[in-house]
Design a binder for this molecule. Sequence first.
Ligand code: NAD
Length: 270
Amino acid sequence: MNYNLLKGKRGIIFGALDEQSIAWKVAERVHEEGGEFVLTNAPIAMRMGEIKKLSIKTNSEIIPADATNLEDLQKLVEGSVSMLGGKIDFVLHSIGMSVNVRKGNSYTAQNYDFTQKGWDVSALSFHKVCQTLHKNDAMNQWGSILALTYIAAQRTFPDYNDMADNKAYLESIARSFGYFLGKEKNVRINTISQSPTPTTAGKGIKGFAGFLSYAEKMSPLGNATGLECANYIVTLFSDLTKKVTMQNLYHDGGFSNSGVTDEVIEKFED
Ligand SMILES: NC(=O)c1ccc[n+]([C@@H]2O[C@H](COP(=O)([O-])OP(=O)(O)OC[C@H]3O[C@@H](n4cnc5c(N)ncnc54)[C@H](O)[C@@H]3O)[C@@H](O)[C@H]2O)c1
């Protein structure tokens, strides 16, 4: 499948850790659609991860950056503009991590140092990315910036823990920064609220396997896969969606608007 939707466009893709990562699939699809980009991830993840393979496959450079570190982000933005030979058209923020989830602390027994670290990585980093792009005037007119989120920002999913609060903050940044970059540069900023997807971050959530099956049965179209998410993202980076901005866009097979489904009812009938 190739529509050349991103030919001539330059971007930055955060968050490809391994082949399961949503950002990995996005990099592959964007490459197929003719886009050029710099791959980035936290230096620690790059040692563990396989990002080099992806860079070879997609003919892209890697610039390590901790997305919470402003110096790293400055070098990333400057380096990307210079390596790609011009301003940026698209940016994907595909980053999430909760230290409380990792350490097994429940929502009602958080370690607030962990809470702050998780918030910085998962939510504030999005503001830092947008602010660095803005400060450097690095975005092209009609560019597109996206971050990934989850419906736990709107409804309670107890095991999603403090990530729910982080996602609510992240979605708010898309609206707030979307105003300023929209007015100044016609740049759009949106969040995509994706189905549960079996990745390293996803599988870190307690009870993930059961939840994946539940969501599958609660979604008329079934769960959206990582590849399907990548396809949607290609459209949002393309010129076909220029006036979509400051939105939280559900990409979830209909889960968010389903009260119940026949499959779920059947499970509870005697
Ligand atoms: N998997 C799901 O079920 C699901 C559902 C909805 C939304 N999301 C969101 O999608 C995004 C991508 O997650 P994924 O599921 O592909 O998992 P993933 O584990 O493959 O990706 C998470 C990425 O965040 C990166 N990261 C962590 N700390 C960082 C830092 N300080 N600086 C830079 N990068 C850092 C990791 O290295 C990793 O590449 C996240 O925002 C996640 O919350 C995931």
